[in-house]
Design a protein around this ligand. Structure first.
Ligand code: CAA
Length: 378
């Protein structure tokens, strides 16, 4: 795809940022499970935390293609930083930008999009993962506030976030049409943050559970109409899946880059292993799968930019890119041999980081379901 001048600049800026700010410390942060506070602040200054939000609301006013270019470059070096950025952009800023009231945009979107605040998105629950409509968290109207009760699970950014978009049932008997979305500020009485999960990968991003015990949220913090919350979550996730697909693409590209570098340096049987057909075939297959993933990711982003329906395209992009990330990481380790299995060469981190892209923001099975339902709809 031919990129325009702005898109090229975004890609170069993200690449340089990743090389200078992320690459030197990514392994250490992974090891220590340390949140990249400074890097996230800098991402905000660069306009990367609210990339598609109009400039009048503190964002960079860029298109979805620019967003996926930046996501790919950041995740190519540090997928933890990629998901922090993706959640804030796709799952938090998007919804507020699209459905927030002028007051909500002023109070929350502006600082979120400019990186002065960080956001999280709370849909999943202990009994509502793939089955997202099975919401047990309730929000009961009481005067000028909703009273929230329940527990949310697996919340990326939940520990460091200033606000969380919480999905809850306002009218449980109405099923998917009795679910609403709320902006919940950290620090409200009854709102507690659970311990940080110890994860296989994306270890320098935080993941927590959140509990709500009679938390009073102003009714003015409801996003959209009462009952709009499930559709709101699904529309939000459509865009989120493009972001995670771009994250997976970045991880896969990082694996290919590392494999090519290593294959040229490492000698076996008196020549660089890059001259062995067994290695060449792996690199060729990896590059081909990555290029196919890139095509799907760009295509979904272009559809979003054109205002077309893109649920199926986003699901296809995430399904293929996440699979490509896992396969590329496995092949990269194989090419590196024993060195791939130890921490020094990063590729073991890439495998650990890649796996989650097949799980969060809809498992690969859910992506297949979304694709199939779209194709088979009468
Ligand atoms: N856009 C707009 N509306 C949509 C929609 C979409 N993409 N998808 C569904 N809807 C609407 C439907 O039209 C329907 O509305 P009507 O009743 O008015 O016709 C309503 O929502 C219910 O739709 P379904 O019957 O299809 O709902 P379902 O219960 O069968 O669920 C599902 C569909 C696709 C399985 C959904 O539950 C789902 O996506 N599950 C996965 C959840 C997920 O991705 N979780 C990720 C958590 S967030 C996260 O991971 C973030 C992080 O930390 C990184």
């Amino acid at each position: 795809m031919q990129l325009n001048e702005t898109q090229v600049l975004v890609k170069e800026t993200a690449r340089q940022f990743a090389a200078e700010m992320l690459a030197p410390t990514a392994d250490q942060r992974d090891e220590r499970e340390e949140f990249p506070t400074e890097a996230v602040k800098k991402l905000g200054e660069l306009g990367f935390m609210g990339m598609m939000v109009p400039e009048e609301f503190g964002g960079a006013g860029l298109d979805a293609i620019s967003y996926v270019l930046a996501m790919e470059e950041i995740s190519r070096v540090d997928a933890s930083c990629g998901v922090i950025m993706s959640v804030n952009n796709s799952l938090v800023c998007y919804g507020l930008s699209e459905y927030g009231t002028p007051e909500q945009k002023e109070k929350y979107l502006k600082p979120l999009a400019s990186g002065k605040m960080l956001g999280a998105f709370a849909l999943s629950e202990p009994e509502a993962g793939s089955d997202a409509s099975n919401q047990r968290t309730t929000a009961t109207i009481d005067g000028d506030a909703y009273v929230l009760n329940g527990t949310k699970n697996w919340i990326t950014n939940g520990y460091n976030a200033d606000i969380v978009i919480v999905i809850a049932a306002t009218k449980p008997s109405a099923g998917v049409h009795g679910i609403s979305a709320f902006i919940v500020e950290k620090g409200l009485p009854g709102f507690t943050i659970g311990k940080k999960e110890r994860k296989l990968g994306i270890r320098s991003s935080d993941t927590v559970s959140l509990s709500f015990e009679d938390v009073r949220v102003p009714a003015t913090n409801r996003i959209g109409e009462d009952g709009f919350g499930f559709k709101f979550a699904m529309r939000t996730l459509d865009g989120g899946r493009i972001g995670i697909a771009a994250q997976a693409l970045g991880i896969a590209q990082g694996c290919l880059d590392a494999s090519i570098k290593y294959a040229k340096e490492r000698k076996a049987f008196d020549k660089p292993i890059a001259e062995l057909q067994a290695i060449q075939f792996k690199i060729a297959d990896m590059a081909t799968e990555i290029e196919a993933a890139r095509g799907l990711v760009y295509s979904a982003a272009q559809m979003k930019d054109r205002g077309e329906k893109f649920s199926k395209a986003a699901a296809m992009a995430k399904l293929h890119a996440s699979r490509t990330a896992v396969h590329s990481a496995l092949d990269a380790i194989q090419i590196h041999g024993g060195y791939g299995y130890i921490r020094e060469y990063h590729v073991e981190r890439y495998l650990r980081d890649a796996k989650i892209t097949e799980i969060y923001e809809g498992t690969s099975e859910i992506q297949r379901l979304v694709i199939a339902r779209d194709l088979l709809r009468g």
